[in-house]
Design a protein around this ligand. Structure first.
Ligand SMILES: [Zn+2]
Length: 313
């Protein structure tokens, strides 16, 4: 105390100026970081949301495996536990079965997975659920957040899209969910592609060739027998193989159906593939996944998208 009271006024003014200078610098850095800058150096952090235990794997399983193979951190979140997603079984045992399926798929893809304990078919865009999504995005320190669009045949898909949209700005606001530190960088939010046309069709900004990992994606989807081999909620007894030969046939049929879906995306968005790969390479792409930038998160330029999707030469 004595030392401060003895400071000459000139030195005191200098000390005050110094403190102001530091404060200004910190504030400037804050702004620089929270603007539309590139993600932090090092590995990328991607969090993908789906309504059910299989949605993320279907929509971004290939690209997820490609990020993971390059050492990036990828998390798939199922916002419901999938407990009505079968024609013959339901409830806790089905939720447990489906959680095990996505955990096994995750091991194959090299990703991380979490299944939230919300009932399948009953998801609502509540404040409680919005907070849960905000916390998950913050805890993962996400650079990229993926979700379905809010236009979809399934209410759980729609509300997953709404919940993630509703988090798209709030993840940066400090006094909502204040116990989980806010993100200084608003992530890039992106939608999976889909075939719904109203009120507007999917218009991907980026299409990724997953040719190199298609087998891995098909292997990951194959372990979700409750959904694909057995047909999920709309399946029936007639799908169940009665012997090894029938089973082999059914497994092949499921793989072919999944492959056709990603062939369809490559064909439908060949123009987008050309923008990213050039005409010659794009023409050869067989399987693709595609993603559209959501207007409510950070809006990256093409150069930043290339850093976020480090799969292009
Ligand atoms: Zn679903």
């Amino acid at each position: 105390m004595k030392r401060f009271s003895l400071l000459p006024s000139g030195r005191l003014a200098l000390a005050i100026l110094f403190v102001f200078a530091i404060a200004l610098t910190l504030n400037f850095e804050n702004k620089a970081v929270s603007g539309s800058t590139a993600p932090q150096a090092g590995s990328l952090r991607i969090i993908a949301f789906g309504a059910h235990p299989d949605d993320c794997e279907l929509s971004v399983g290939g690209t997820g495996a490609m990020w993971a193979a390059k050492g990036h951190q990828v998390k798939f979140v199922s916002v419901t536990n999938g407990d009505i997603g079968h024609w013959r079984e339901a409830g806790g045992p089905l939720a447990t079965r489906r959680t095990k399926e996505v955990e096994e798929a995750s091991r194959i893809l090299g990703t991380t997975v979490e299944v939230l304990d919300n009932h399948d078919g009953e998801l609502m865009p509540t404040l409680e659920n919005r907070r849960a999504i905000i916390r998950l995005i913050r805890q993962w320190k996400a650079d990229i957040v993926l979700s379905p669009r809010p236009n979809d045949y399934h209410p759980d898909h729609r509300y997953t899209g709404i919940l993630v949209q509703d988090a798209a700005y709030m993840v940066t606001v400090p006094f909502i969910c204040p116990e989980t530190p806010p993100l200084r960088n608003n992530p890039v939010f992106m939608y999976y592609t889909d075939r719904f046309m109203k009120p507007n069709p999917s218009q991907p900004d980026i299409a990724v060739s997953i040719d190199a990992v298609m087998d891995k994606k098909l292997d990951a989807l194959a372990v979700m027998e409750s959904q694909f081999l057995e047909g999920g909620a709309n399946g029936h007894e007639g799908l169940m193989p009665k012997n090894a030969e029938e089973r082999a046939g059914r497994v092949k049929q499921v793989r072919d159906n999944h492959a056709a879906r990603n062939i369809g995306i490559a064909n439908r968005f060949r123009t987008v593939l050309k923008e990213w790969y050039g005409d010659e390479a794009a023409a050869k792409v067989k399987y693709a996944e595609a993603f559209e930038i959501c207007e409510y998160g950070r809006r990256p330029e093409k150069a930043e998208l290339k850093r976020l999707f480090p799969f292009f030469q």
